[in-house]
Design a protein around this ligand. Structure first.
Ligand SMILES: [Zn+2]
Length: 64
C-alpha cells in the first residue's frame, strides 16, 4: 500500500504523479521553486487525487 500512485495537479497546470513520498517531495520542490511557498505534507496530500481501484471501471459507455 506504500507505493500507491497518486497525482497532484497544481493551480498553474503543473502536475506530478508517483508514490505518496515522491509526490510530496516533488510538489514541495515545485511550490518552493515556482510559487515561493512551501506546502506542508498535509497540504500536498489535500491536493492529491488518488485514482479509484482500477477494477472499478464503470461500464457506462454504451450510448446506444
Ligand atoms: Zn504550480
Amino acid at each position: 500500500m506504500a507505493d500507491q500512485v497518486m497525482t497532484v495537479r497544481c493551480v498553474c497546470g503543473w502536475e506530478t504523479s508517483g508514490s505518496e513520498d515522491d509526490v510530496v517531495v516533488a510538489t514541495t520542490e515545485h511550490g518552493r521553486a515556482i510559487h515561493n511557498m512551501t506546502p506542508t505534507r498535509d497540504e500536498v496530500l489535500a491536493m492529491a487525487v488518488r485514482p479509484p481501484d482500477l477494477a472499478d471501471a464503470t461500464p457506462g459507455a454504451a450510448a446506444e
